[in-house]
Design a protein around this ligand. Structure first.
Ligand code: GLV
Ligand code: MN
Ligand code: MN
Length: 418
């Protein structure tokens, strides 16, 4: 049982969150993008923690850190736990690492007590959930689910490096990604603990929540092409300025989502103007869009409407518009039987088992292709995430670990109540 032994896990988790948070591409802020040297250094640290916790651990061909703690006998199917270890730019320390580090600490607790379960436990640090470097997301979990799209290997980052080359530079072989794939019969379930990244649990004064579903998302990239020209000589009426076109598109997306009132959210998170000089009219602009809604139908309708609006703006401004969908994921429900086991563990801690949906994306969106998925959310201070002020209280990290350990120790594959 998760007893006194687990009550100290929060301290270890917070220390490790801080240590991992120092591994960053820049000193000023946390950024640990997929397949960078810092990503590699983080992987080595996590491998060490897994081994210390009694797991066999290795890096798979896409850079997932994979640890396995055998059950009562070797080779049993596993309960897979995990989260991602890549970050956004100027990130918080908790998004991803909290779930990964908590899972490792839970296994370490079992190992210290010599406890073996009637199933194996695997912990995965997914290599890329955020999709920041190559626009395509969930790359680590898609490799494990066997749904990795080989064509993304030819996509390039902002510096022009292909993913294929970046994988080689990381010390891995892109031709072996297929070997990372797992099958449905190897997994009993996939369970992830994650910072909520929103304000709902805090509003309800609760440290933990049971996730009902992970909302789908569509990401697009757009390129507007006009005509570069002299900032001093071309009269305003004759310009085909791609940047003012992109600005109008951005405002149109904001207006469209703001007046939807049905939970639709749309974000232009990256914009690049070329040639990029003070005295040159921007001739070409690239920007990204991220569109999410509570239902897939709603999101798909919204994407169609947004595209229509962008096309109208481009036409009126005599700009050429090129659009491509870089990522699309349907809404993924969490399995009722896993929700029941998480709710029961939370209730046994004397807490209300509050249910909420996830507006953020998670690796479960890919893992659902080979396993039932469950998620536990941990309260997030002020609802602030994808921001350096992201924070989880140590006491909440501790109760999260106690609940995860309780779920593991009472885990019954496919059963509605433990
Ligand atoms: C990941 O954090 C996402 O929801 O984009
Ligand atoms: Mn995350
Ligand atoms: Mn994130």
């Amino acid at each position: 049982m998760a007893g006194l032994e687990s009550s100290s896990l929060g301290g270890e988790i917070v220390e490790r969150i801080a240590e991992l948070g120092t591994i960053s591409q820049t000193k000023e802020h946390l950024a640990r993008l997929f397949l960078t040297p810092e990503h590699r250094a983080a992987a080595e640290l996590i491998l060490g923690w897994m081994r210390e916790a009694g797991m066999r651990a290795h890096l798979d061909a896409i850079g997932n850190v994979c640890g396995r703690y055998e059950g009562e006998r070797p080779g049993l199917p596993c309960l897979m736990l995990g989260s991602h270890y890549d970050t956004v730019r100027d990130a918080g320390k908790w998004d991803g690492p909290l779930g990964l580090i908590t899972a490792i600490s839970c296994v370490a607790s079992l190992n210290r007590r010599g406890r073996r379960m009637p199933f194996a436990i695997e912990v995965v640090g997914f290599a890329d959930e955020e999709g920041v470097r190559f626009a395509s997301t969930l790359l680590g979990s898609r490799a494990i689910a066997g749904t990795f799209d080989q064509s993304v290997l030819d996509t390039r980052d902002r510096e022009g490096v292909t993913m294929r080359q970046a994988i080689k530079d990381f010390g891995l072989d892109p031709d072996h990604i297929g070997a990372a794939a797992r099958t449905r019969h190897e997994l009993l379930a996939y369970l992830e603990l994650h910072i909520e990244q929103g304000p709902v649990l805090e509003e309800h004064n609760l440290p933990l929540g049971v996730v009902t579903a992970i909302a789908g998302a569509t990401r697009l990239s757009a390129r507007l092409t006009g005509m570069a020209g002299h900032a001093g000589t071309v009269p305003m009426a004759l310009r085909r300025d791609a940047l003012t076109g992109a600005a109008e598109c951005t405002l149109a997306i904001e207006e469209f989502c703001r007046t939807d009132h049905g939970g639709l959210v749309g974000t232009v998170g990256y914009i690049h103007a070329a040639p990029g000089a003070t005295n040159v009219i921007p001739g070409q602009v690239s920007f990204t869009m991220d569109i999410r809604a509570p239902t897939d139908q709603h999101r798909k309708r919204a994407v169609t409407d947004v595209i229509r609006r962008l096309e109208a703006i481009a036409k009126r401004r005599k700009l050429a518009l090129q659009l491509s969908v870089t990522h699309e994921n349907r809404t993924v429900p969490c399995a009722p039987w896993l929700r029941a086991q998480v709710a029961d563990a939370i209730a046994k801690e004397g807490l209300g088992a509050f249910e909420l949906a996830s507006g953020a994306g998670h690796d479960g969106m890919a893992m659902v292709d080979i396993a039932d998925v469950g998620m536990i959310f941990v309260r997030c201070r002020g609802g602030v995430s994808h921001h350096p002020d992201e924070h989880v209280e140590s006491a909440d990290a501790d109760v999260g670990a106690r609940v995860l350990l309780r779920v593991i120790e009472n885990f019954r594959p496919g059963a509605g109540t433990p």
